[in-house]
Every structure is written in C-alpha cells, then in structure tokens.
Design a protein around this ligand. Structure first.
Ligand code: KE4
Length: 432
C-alpha cells in the first residue's frame, strides 16, 4: 500500500492545537507517538481494516483501537443495532434487558465466569477485581508481573507495561509508597520467583494477577507450564488466580486464554472486545466470590454508566459476529501469515528479530533473543522499532506506536492486506 504524497499538514495543525488543550495533546499517553517519534496521525474515520487520517491518507490498521475493532471498524451490523438502541435513549441508570443478554453471553463463553459485573473500562475492572481479591481472602498483598499492565490504578503502577514502559517512566509520582508496598512483582514466566514470594509472605498474599498472554510488554506468550504452575501454586496457598483478559478476552479464543490453554482462574477481567468500541469493562468469576459484590454482598463498587444499553448492544453484536463458525481459524490464519512474513523479510534484510502470534494478537521484537519476560523485551532495539514504525506509516500501514505493545488483526483484514503489509515491510526494512 503506497500513498502518493504523504503529507500530514492537517494532522500537525490539529495536534499542535491539541497540545495546548490536553496534556501531551492526547487522552491516553501511548497515542502521542513519544517512543516512536514523529507526528501522531489524527484520524478522520475508520472502516473495516482501514483508517483515513485528516489529510486523507489511508492505512491498514493493526491497532484496531487497541483491541475492540476485532470484527473490523464500524461494522454495519454493529452500527445498525446501535442506531436502533439509540432511539430508545443512551443511558438509563437502571436495569435493562440488554445487560442480561450480554451477561449471559459472557458467562456462557468464559470458563471461570459464573457471575459478572459490568464497568466502563479495563482499569475499572482491574481496580474492582483487586478490591474483591482482598475482600474475599482478607489479605492485602498481590503478585503482579514485570511488564504487565492492568490499567492505571495506583496498586498496579509497579513495573507496569504499556504506556508506562513505552515512556520509560519510573513508578508514577502521586502513588504513595504505602499503596504499592503490598504489590509484589516477579519476572513473567518465572514460577520459582512466585513460589519464593509466597514463602516469604506466608498467608499474606490475596492472589496473583497477570496477563495470561502478555500484550503490554510487547507480545510475550506464557512458557509451557507457566499458567498451569500458577494454578497449582495459588491453590496450594489458598490464594486467588486472576487472569486479566482485557486484551486477550474473546481475541485469543472466544473463551479467552483460559479456554485455549485449559487453565481456569478464579476471577477474570474483560474489556475492549466486549464493548465493541464503546466503553465497557467487566469482572467476573465464581458465584461464591462474586456474591461478595454490593449490593449482594459488602464489597462496594458502582458506576453511573455501567451496563448502559448502547455499550451492551455494541458488545452483544460484536460477540454474535465472533460466534460465526471459522472466525478464530481465520484470525489465526491471516495473523500467522502476517507475522511469518514480517519475520521473514526482516531476517532477509539482515535484522535480528523474534516474534509470533496467537490468534489475532501478534508482536515482533528487534532482538536476537527470544523474549520470555520484560527484561528480555527491554533489550530490544526500540530505536530501530521507531524507524520501522515511521517507515510503515509512510507506506500506509498503521502499527502500534510502541515496541511495548501488541498488534491486532480483525475479521476485516484480507489476505491482500496482509501481502501488501509484508511487501511494505520488505521495502522499509531495507532502510531501517
Ligand atoms: C491487559 C490490560 N488490562 C487493563 C487495561 C486497561 O484498560 P483501559 O482502562 O485502558 O480500558 C489494558 C489496556 N491496554 C492498553 C493498550 N496496551 C490500552 C491503550 C491505552 O492505554 O491507550 C490492558 O491491555
């Protein structure tokens, strides 16, 4: 895909103005292109696998709004369902049937979820699940993994991935030490480190929370036995196992990583895909645990727009589309074709690269060692990644603007899109 004259005049104007109005000109840090350099692209519209920016450049999109656009942007069936719901109002602040419908679909799909609560973002889901972990076990400490990102809640901003890693931030200011003193960290894929933390903090750890396939340190899948090992260790210590499937839910498989890998956590967080592009998050798990959540139980959590009909309908239609036979086989096929092609042309151009995919989630590191954890990921050549990102952008391919993010495909991506992307990469990788 080549764009004749790649001009970003309007993007630059709008972004210059944005920087006067909003910190860094964005409403989420990773969008500012800080780690890849250069001018962020201001979107005008999206459709299917494509983006058009305000200068009318067209791109093949491998970010998909960071996951929600798994059926393709602005899917006609999602939009028409939303238009119908719109006629009846946007938010009730009261029970509505659509909440039951999406809840039933989520409970039906996700092995660990017997009962679910909807919220408005992945961050909210993770904040809530953290409180529930502590309320249920009456213990305060949690284990998270270096490079994993669970939203921007204070407790999680320790060795976090995603934007925190992208910007190379130390743990964020404004987070009191006494808040993060209960957050223990271990390297991803390191069961011995987890065992040691449990030994050193006997009876004090509420549970372990992780991205069961990491997307926020770049794409880092679990080593064989890692997830199974965590399930055993948490059971041995009467601690909870929590999968943060905000990114992987309904993407790695319809039932998430827990279905694909056959390891069932006690609690799960969801987001992105289940909102079909509207603000939704969710947390759920065993009825016995979820029954602690107000008003059924004493653990408080609430939200004005939680479960609103618009967001529920966007999620319902998205999951219906994903239920169509062959969806995940298609995602696996085109995404494996993509990453195999990218790694191949990169090696042919003399670069050391590692990467892979699981279903519609992929990643590539400019690194000569396979990446098993955050330390490995940080050894990657992020400067080269930045040059690669810019080169691909100018050829009409929009990749996640950070080495510490994953890539996402959709049911709307065609084999022609994949081939065009690989062709563009072959040209760019000769120069980076
Ligand atoms: C595993 C996982 N858990 C929680 C979150 C937080 O979800 P949100 O609050 O951004 O909806 C996320 C959000 N992911 C980032 C992308 N890496 C969102 C993009 C952004 O921060 O702008 C996540 O990946």
């Amino acid at each position: 895909v080549t764009t004749t004259s790649f001009t970003t005049t309007k993007s630059e104007e709008i972004f210059a103005q944005a920087q006067k109005l909003m910190p860094g000109g964005v409403n989420s840090p990773v969008r500012a292109f800080k780690s890849v350099g250069g001018q962020p692209i201001v979107f005008d519209r999206v459709n299917g696998a494509y983006i058009w920016d305000v200068d009318n450049n067209k791109y093949i999109d491998y970010v998909g709004s960071w996951g929600p656009a798994i059926c393709g942007h602005a899917h006609p069936e999602v939009l028409s369902a939303l238009k119908e719901v719109l006629e009846k109002g946007t938010s009730f602040g009261a029970p509505c049937l659509l909440e039951n419908v999406l809840a039933e679909m989520v409970i039906e799909a996700v092995p660990s979820i017997e009962m679910v609560r909807f919220v408005n973002s992945g961050t909210e889901a993770c904040l809530s699940v953290l409180r529930l972990m502590r309320a249920y076990t009456q213990r305060n400490k949690i284990i998270k993994f270096e490079g994993c990102y669970h939203g921007h809640g204070d407790m999680f901003l320790v060795q976090a991935g995603s934007g925190v890693a992208t910007l190379g931030l130390p743990d964020s200011p404004g987070v009191p030490k006494n808040v993060t003193s209960d957050t223990l960290t271990a390297p991803y894929n390191d069961l011995e480190a987890v065992k040691k933390l449990f030994e050193d903090n006997k009876g004090e750890i509420a549970g372990v929370i992780l991205e069961p396939v990491v997307g926020n340190a770049g794409f880092v899948p679990p080593d064989a036995g890692f997830l199974e090992g965590l399930r055993v260790i948490t059971e041995e210590n009467d601690a909870l196992l929590v999968f943060d499937e905000v990114m992987t839910g309904f993407r790695i498989a319809y039932g998430g990583v827990q279905e694909k890998f056959g390891v069932t956590p006690d609690l799960t967080t969801l987001g992105k895909v289940i909102g079909g592009g509207l603000p939704v998050g969710a947390y759920g798990g065993k009825k016995e645990i979820m029954s602690m959540v107000a008003p059924a139980g004493p653990m408080y959590q609430a939200g004005t727009l939680s479960g609103n009909p618009l967001a529920m309908m966007a999620g319902i239609k998205t999951l219906e589309l994903l239920q169509k036979p062959g969806s995940y086989e298609y995602l696996e096929k085109i995404t494996n074709q993509l990453i195999t092609g990218l790694l191949d042309v990169a090696r042919k151009a003399g670069h050391q690269v590692n990467g892979g995919n699981i279903s519609g989630m992929f990643g590539m590191f400019f690194s000569d060692t396979p990446v098993h954890n955050y330390d490995d990921a940080k050894k990657a050549d992020t400067a080269k990644f930045g040059r690669f990102h810019r080169g691909m952008l100018e050829k009409g391919v929009y990749l996640a603007p950070s080495q510490f993010e994953a890539g996402f495909t959709s049911l709307a991506h065609t084999e022609e899109d994949i081939e065009a992307t690989i062709k563009a990469a072959a040209e760019v990788l000769k120069e980076v």
